[in-house]
Design a protein around this ligand. Structure first.
Ligand code: DGL
Length: 270
């Protein structure tokens, strides 16, 4: 019998937080994870470039036999989900709608703050998905966070300084409109790794908002779409990266919270 094979894609390591949430929900399945680390960051690129990169990556995973794809990247979901769906023949789930739904469940009022990359913020995908759920999203671009996380600086003083600047600015922008967020949505799959520093800085700034991570919500949505899963065997995974496989194994283990023993190097072109 062929094993259920699911592809998970991100521009880098961040989507491993989604893979981590998926593994226990899919006993017996095999996951292929692709991090397009050579072309990261997507968040600073144009829609056309993001769509081209994301479609190439999705096609690679489909060609490797994946029967379902998870776009574990907010930027690729926000700017390229229709392009990806048009170019592959398997079901595709993105992270934006599950993220907005998780924020809806956590928020106590209508105002939320979304932290994301430049490209995700410019697309207003979160504003629009949140509005459809009765939420008002203030979107804040935090372009320095992905490089800091990719460097593994997840407890570094520089990270805290950068977070203080972004969060103080965002809360000030909202306060000027008389708004206070009751939930802060991590609109980039890299940010769950710095959820604790974000919580600490929010507390410093007297903001009691709940921090919401879309990884669990996305995994639950994929599981609901795939239907009941049962097997006596744990799910397995295999990783592909388009840049240094050593760095991927080292940093990726932090995101996945389990060792990554080997990574396949992949060339998707420029
Ligand atoms: N992980 C991507 C996201 O969720 C951001 C990283 C990048 O800019 O490539 O938006």
């Amino acid at each position: 019998m062929t094993r259920n094979t699911i592809g998970v894609f991100d521009s880098g390591f961040g989507g491993l937080t989604v893979l981590r949430a998926l593994l226990p929900l899919f006993p017996g399945s095999h996951f292929l994870y692709l991090g397009d680390t050579a072309r990261l960051p997507y968040g600073a690129k144009s829609q056309a470039t993001i769509a081209r990169y994301a479609v190439e990556s999705a096609r690679f995973l489909e060609d490797k036999g994946c029967q379902r794809l998870v776009i574990a990247c907010n930027t690729a979901t926000a700017l390229a989900l229709p392009d990806i769906r048009d170019n592959v023949g398997v079901p595709v789930t993105g992270v934006i709608l599950p993220g907005a739904q998780a924020a809806r469940a956590a928020a106590t009022g209508e105002d939320i703050l979304v932290l994301a990359t430049d490209a995700t913020v410019s697309s207003h995908a979160y504003r629009d998905n949140a509005a459809s759920l009765g939420l008002r999203a203030h979107e804040k671009a935090c372009p320095l966070l992905v490089p800091l996380v990719e460097e593994g600086w997840i407890e570094h003083p520089v990270l805290y300084d950068v977070l203080r600047i972004y969060l103080r600015e965002a809360l000030h922008e909202m306060a000027e409109q008389g708004r206070v967020p009751s939930a802060v949505l991590l609109g980039c799959t890299h940010y769950p790794l710095i959820a604790d520093p974000i919580r600490r800085v929010l507390r410093e700034l007297d903001c009691p908002a709940t921090v919401v991570d879309s990884a669990e919500a996305t995994a639950a949505e994929v599981a609901a779409a795939a239907g009941p899963q049962s097997s006596l065997h744990a799910a397995t995974f295999e990783c592909f990266a388009t840049d240094s496989v050593q760095k991927f194994a080292r940093l990726g283990s932090l995101f996945l919270q389990r060792p990554i023993h080997s990574v396949n190097l992949l060339d998707l072109g420029g």
